[in-house]
Write a protein that binds this ligand. Structure first.
Ligand SMILES: Nc1nc2c(ncn2[C@@H]2O[C@H](COP(=O)(O)OP(=O)(O)OP(=O)(O)O)[C@@H](O)[C@H]2O)c(=O)[nH]1
Ligand SMILES: [Zn+2]
Length: 404
């Protein structure tokens, strides 16, 4: 994964206020922890573990937040080799509170944004876990890359979270020279995203920011203590949202606009690692003063789809729907008679570009799946290869003995 953007783009977290810590996990509610989560966690708490949300993943350690404040912990999972089970930003974990805190368990994820790994290996790579919304960010300032929007939507649908398209730089609408382009861009994106809500925003003039804040704050509750660790941070919980989109569309500017004043209230944090080390906790996940939790992962360029069968169905919903009316169940919508998809292209209701884009992503998905299947097959064969080898050795030994 490219790290074109420092993962510490969010301001260092302010020192945690322990005053609301009367209730177990209360401080974590800012990060989305709920009473239900706490109930489920009870047996672990009884075993001396505490809940934590992962803010950032390093090779074998994580920056995280617990009810006691920011911390840094070792990854002590037994199945750490499984890409889907290694901690990532957004994960909830059970943490041992030993001298060197250790993540001993990942709590079940309700969603995960997964891409094919940058190295092109046959595994998926989890970019963010436990998200409610994927903000697919594109800009109105240039002709939209619809293929990219569809790719990101496919990943978003597949994650189990709800996609929301955010079109940035809406202030360009008022500029006469841009207005026409923007209107066309908006129509094109709408056609490429059936069933997906689209918000146009501008970090410059504030357009749409209130609507976006409301989306993220849904379900948030007022801080019972009346004040958060930083002034104005009086809302707890809300939706967890991850931002995806190419470089230059205005993600950082948008994040800063959403963070508002909070970015000024910064300070170094001393993780409670028992050794009193002073390190700055870096984070890719931050609670918003207005409610909701924002995740911004570095480097989402060249993002590849990964195991996205249902994501494709959702992204290209109108094609899936048409395909149900094709004469043949296995219709590939190429030359088959009675093909409802081709008929829709013929009568102009389905743009050819949509079908081409759908095919491209289908092919990519099938290719990755076949590579994964090949890897699985190789893994299944491995024990047999070992037995075969041992048998050969045995026979050779016996033959040698008999020759003597
Ligand atoms: N007109 C206008 N320009 C904007 C707006 N938001 C951002 N920009 C400009 O767009 C450019 C890119 O913004 P960034 O926030 O750095 O974009 P990004 O998506 O974070 O880019 P990376 O950090 O490379 O991923 C900058 O020159 C911003 O000033 C906006 O609302 N309106
Ligand atoms: Zn067909």
């Amino acid at each position: 994964m490219s790290s074109r953007r420092a993962s510490s783009q969010f301001p260092p977290p302010a020192a945690t206020n322990a005053s609301s810590a009367g209730v177990p996990g209360a401080e974590l509610r800012r990060y989305g922890w709920t009473a239900t989560d706490e109930t489920r966690f009870a047996p672990r708490r009884a075993a001396g573990l505490i809940p934590a949300r992962i803010l950032r993943r390093d090779r074998d350690r994580c920056d995280l937040v617990t009810e006691r404040g920011m911390s840094n912990a070792r990854i002590g999972l037994t199945r750490a080799s499984d890409a889907h089970l290694t901690p990532c930003t957004g994960d909830w974990a059970a943490l041992s509170t030993a001298a060197d805190p250790t993540i001993v368990e990942l709590l079940t994820r309700h969603s995960a944004l997964v891409r094919s790994s940058a190295s092109g290996r046959s595994e998926g790579q989890v970019l963010a876990a436990n998200i409610d919304i994927v903000l697919v960010v594109a800009t109105l300032s240039t002709e939209p890359d619809l293929g990219r929007v569809e790719r990101l939507l496919t990943l978003a649908w597949e994650s189990g979270a709800r996609p929301l398209i955010v079109l940035t730089k809406a202030d360009l609408l008022v500029d006469g020279s841009h207005a026409a382009t923007v209107a066309v861009a908006l129509d094109a994106v709408t056609a490429a995203a059936p069933g997906v809500d689209i918000l146009t925003v501008s970090a410059f003039d504030g357009t749409g920011l209130a609507a976006l804040r409301d989306e993220l704050a849904a379900g948030a509750v007022a801080d019972p203590t009346g004040s958060g660790p930083t002034p104005g941070e009086a809302v707890l919980g809300g939706r967890s949202a991850v931002l995806v989109g190419p470089s230059g569309v205005g993600k950082s500017t948008l994040v800063n606009a959403l963070l508002g004043e909070e970015k000024l209230a910064v300070g170094r944090v001393r993780p409670q690692d028992g050794k009193g080390r002073h390190t700055t906790v870096r984070r890719e996940l931050v609670p918003l003063p207005s409610g909701g939790i924002l995740i911004d992962t570095p480097g989402l360029r060249g993002i590849g789809v990964w195991d996205v069968d249902s994501g494709l169905d959702a992204t290209f919903a109108e094609i899936t729907e048409l395909a149900a009316d094709c004469r043949y169940g296995d219709c590939e919508h190429r030359t088959e008679p009675g093909c409802a998809v081709l008929a829709a292209i013929e009568d102009g209701t389905l743009p050819e570009r949509r079908l081409a884009s759908y095919r491209r992503l289908l092919r990519e998905n099938a290719w990755l799946q076949s590579r994964r299947d090949a890897r699985l097959a190789a893994e299944l064969l491995r024990p047999w290869k070992k037995i075969e080898l041992e048998q050969r050795r045995l026979y050779a030994d016996r033959a040698r003995r008999e020759r003597r």
